[in-house]
Write a protein that binds this ligand. Structure first.
Ligand SMILES: [Zn+2]
Length: 275
């Protein structure tokens, strides 16, 4: 059986489990489901502990999704939380809350309830102070990942080699292997990622997957499907990864290439076995 894995998808208020069914029917077999921002759950955290409710709710949903296609939970403390939380608690406390939440996310991974955590830094313009705090929060996420022995998906500013190099050095500072840092929403710059060591999760838009495969197999693929009824089909629909993988096969890439991308890489990143 060919394994087809979407490395980053959300379930929110639109298709919910139907999205996983569509993914499965299109030929998808495995999916990493990433929790959303706290306000998506109607939760306005005053401490890291409040993220338990979010993580528990997410894990319950992943268990249901797992009946349809093999599903794994990624627990996110989204970098934009800093802006939201700072409005109420101030920036310093916001960063503390996020670090506490990341500690808890790490506990869940250690307990086998999730396979990875998600952190990063804002993709929009912020003050220098917020930027510094965000980098501290991300460093903390990397420390949690090192202690837990798990991967961190990162949501960051748009790709630049300089930016990614800087993040790679933050991983070094935490003692986390660079390859355990998975850059969500990556362009198909596979060679550059190989050089700098971070692991790319290529957004399966346009020709990205083909462009990436032409450079090698050191990448995974994702849709970042957000399942928001206000933006249906954003960022890419749930059937996209299976379709793109079929496209690769039709173009003459063999099954070994697909298995490397969708199975071997996922297994090594997250310490799981895919069947
Ligand atoms: Zn996402």
């Amino acid at each position: 059986m060919i394994i087809v894995t979407d490395n980053h998808m959300h379930l929110y208020n639109h298709l919910r489990l139907k999205a996983v069914r569509q993914f499965r029917q299109a030929g998808g077999t495995h999916v990493l489901l990433v929790s959303l921002l706290s306000h998506h759950y109607g939760i306005f955290p005053s401490s890291g502990k409040d993220f338990r409710k979010i993580f528990d709710e997410h894990i319950r949903l992943v268990e249901k999704a797992n009946q349809i296609a093999r599903s794994y939970a990624v627990l996110s403390v989204h970098p934009a939380e800093i802006t939201i939380l700072a409005k109420k608690w101030g920036a310093d406390r916001a960063a503390e809350i996020m670090k506490e939440a990341l500690d808890i996310a790490g506990e869940y991974v250690a307990d086998g309830k999730a396979v990875a955590i998600k952190s990063g830094r804002p993709h929009y313009c912020v003050s220098e102070y917020i930027w510094r705090l965000s980098n501290e929060v991300m460093l903390h996420a990397f420390q949690v990942a090192r202690e837990t022995g798990c991967a961190v998906q990162i949501h960051t500013e748009s790709y630049t080699k300089e930016g990614m190099d800087e993040i790679a050095r933050i991983a070094d500072k935490a003692g986390l292997k660079r390859e355990k840092v998975v850059k969500h929403f990556s362009p198909p710059q596979i060679d550059e990622f190989s050089e700098m060591g971070l692991f790319p999760s290529v957004i399966a838009i346009g020709e990205n997957v083909v462009k990436a495969a032409k450079q090698g197999t050191r990448f995974v693929v994702e849709t970042d499907y957000i399942d928001d009824r206000e933006r249906p089909g954003s960022v890419l629909g749930p059937k996209t990864v299976p379709r793109k993988i079929k496209e690769l096969l039709n173009m003459g890439f063999d099954e070994d290439v697909v298995m490397k991308i969708c199975k071997d890489n996922i297994e090594r990143l997250y310490g799981i076995e895919l069947e």
